[in-house]
Design a protein around this ligand. Sequence first.
Ligand code: ZN
Length: 52
Amino acid sequence: MAKIKTMCGLGKKDIKKLKDELIDEISKPKFYCANCARVSTSKKLLCKPKKI
Ligand SMILES: [Zn+2]
């Protein structure tokens, strides 16, 4: 199974491919990206993480 490297770098194709992992990742977010408005449970996946 493919793995998410970063939330910020995901393209449309990646989003389709990684749908299930993404749902886990964004369902209970702890951080958001101040650059890209993405959310994640891990700040490592965001380029400019801010705590929610
Ligand atoms: Zn970002």
